[in-house]
Design a protein around this ligand. Structure first.
Ligand code: IMP
Length: 479
């Protein structure tokens, strides 16, 4: 016993040294978990944090557990050692028979026999759980429990300081710090992304202040002889949108494989909302703003024409007719989000036969020098309160821009708010936005012309076309 206490003292002194070091928060947590396992002489430890909805626990760091076990699925707060979330310590002597363990079969396959879970509390509020796993049956002692509780407190300290630094930085950089969500998961970032596009995507989500978790969960999708033979791990989970995002790769055949996996996932887990984001198209969008792996790459010009000037005019005329009918007797205020929208808006207005007013907004775009978070750089000149607003967009892609603009307009209490977009790239949609009027649906490819640009080029084209790829690109030109 005395030896064990001496071991705990030594462990805590190593941990306090760590806290005072210049390691990154995630590295500190990883080392702490390692020290914890070592001094308890057990199989492994893990730290899980609550997601934004406070319904699930997401593994943040772990030691001594297989990838498969870690990616077993979201740990539901009310199905996995639920009393921990009430601030209590839970000891499970026999995992195989205890109903408080959510993934009993997988734990058995992992040869876990006993578990202890302690709450991680930040200023009195439970924000996660520290767990220790044993290969042999173990009744954890009071001293072990006290040691884990102390480590959990030190973990909370790391979380708090990590969050503070992130928030301080953001406060300086952004115009509206009060709007910044501050869930803990977003303040701890993985040190390694599988692909630069994923890291860039994480930055984009940060720009739009959308919380994310990287590779949060693996879903079993195939079984053989009663055992899981294939798993699928989406790249991101966006808790506030309740959405998993998988990015396509450029490897031949891989997109097909991913599509198949996503189909299986949807069949087996119909409640799971998952999107496949076309990495190529997305890289083009970033490149347009001077970011991402394709930044600075030159295009060979224009590829296939999707919509001719005549087709565009015919469609815009029809949209105008629809809007005129819907707004008969009213005087809507058309709001354009600069700059790509100018051709479309100019044509649409001229086909309308109800009186309209118009105004423009501009927002900072990803990669601009104006700050690290999206913000309005030009607000409306007219007062939108009590007005029937029609927001005009050139293209809705992920919907992140639109969601931000809509939230802003809603806060200014219009009588009604509708969205009219010329192009709708539905396949790439992340934010759940309602589009009332839509001109054309476009595939997950980068399009230019009729106001839409790539690196400020091609806006003046009278048609809408795909970009032609340069030599270094692997995608085949469809022209
Ligand atoms: P979202 O926020 O992803 O929906 O993107 C909206 C903005 O990204 C649009 O207003 C465009 O400026 C730009 N964008 C998205 N897709 C394309 C494209 O294919 N070509 C040109 N610009 C695009």
């Amino acid at each position: 016993m005395g030896k064990q206490l001496a071991g705990f003292n030594l462990a805590l002194s190593r941990i306090t040294d760590l806290l005072n070091s210049d390691q990154k928060p995630v590295e500190k947590l990883e080392s702490m978990i390692g020290i914890c396992s070592q001094s308890l002489g057990i199989r492994g430890c893990s730290l899980m944090l609550l997601d934004a909805q406070k319904k699930r626990l997401v593994h943040m760091v772990a030691r001594g557990l297989s990838e498969r076990y870690l990616r077993k699925g979201f740990v539901e707060v009310d199905r996995s050692l639920p009393e921990v979330m009430e601030g209590k310590v839970v000891k499970v002597a026999d995992v195989a028979t205890d109903p408080r363990v959510q993934f009993r079969d997988l734990a058995a396959e992992e040869h876990i026999v006993s578990i202890i879970g302690v709450p991680v509390k930040l200023k009195g509020e439970v924000v996660g759980s520290l767990r220790a796993y044993c290969r042999t049956r173990r009744e954890f002692t009071q001293a072990e429990e006290a040691f884990l509780m102390t480590v959990a407190n030190l973990v909370a300290f790391v979380l708090e300081t990590a969050r503070l630094t992130v928030e301080q930085r953001r406060t300086v950089e952004t115009a509206a710090p009060s709007e910044i969500p501050s869930t803990i998961s977003s303040s701890l970032r993985p040190s390694v992304f599988a692909h630069p596009s994923e890291e860039e995507f994480a930055h984009l989500l940060d720009f739009y202040q959308i919380d994310w978790v990287y590779e949060p969960r693996s879903f079993p999708i195939e079984w053989k002889d009663g055992k899981v033979s294939e798993m699928f791990t989406p790249d991101f989970y966006l808790p506030t949108l309740g959405l998993y995002v998988e990015m396509t790769t450029l490897k031949p055949g891989s997109t097909k494989d991913k599509k198949h996996k996503i189909r299986r996932l949807r069949e087996i887990y119909p409640e799971v909302n998952v999107k496949l984001l076309a990495r190529r198209d997305y890289d083009r969008l970033l490149a347009k703003y001077g970011h991402g792996p394709l930044a600075g790459s030159k295009t060979k010009g224009i590829g296939r024409i999707l919509f001719s000037p005549e087709q565009i005019q015919a469609r815009v005329r029809l949209l105008a007719r629809e809007i005129s009918e819907d707004y008969e007797g009213r005087r809507p205020l058309m709001v354009g989000v600069l700059r790509g929208v100018f051709c479309f808006m100019a044509d649409l207005m001229r086909y309308l036969n109800v009186p309209v007013e118009m105004d423009f907004m501009a927002i900072s775009y990803y990669g601009s020098q104006a700050g690290s978070a999206v913000r309005i750089t030009k607000d409306l000149d007219l007062n939108p309160e009590g007005r029937h607003i029609i927001l005009i967009e050139d293209i809705v892609d992920t919907g992140l821009t639109l969601a931000f603009v809509l939230a802003h307009l809603r806060s200014r209490r219009p009588a009604s708010l509708a969205v009219c977009t010329l192009l709708d790239k539905k396949v790439n949609r992340l934010a759940d936005v309602t589009v009332t009027y839509s001109g054309f649906e476009v595939p997950d490819e980068f399009v230019v012309g009729y106001g839409l640009d790539f690196n400020e080029e091609y806006r003046n084209l009278p048609f809408i076309a795909l970009l032609r790829e340069n030599q270094g690109d692997t995608r085949i030109d469809k022209a």
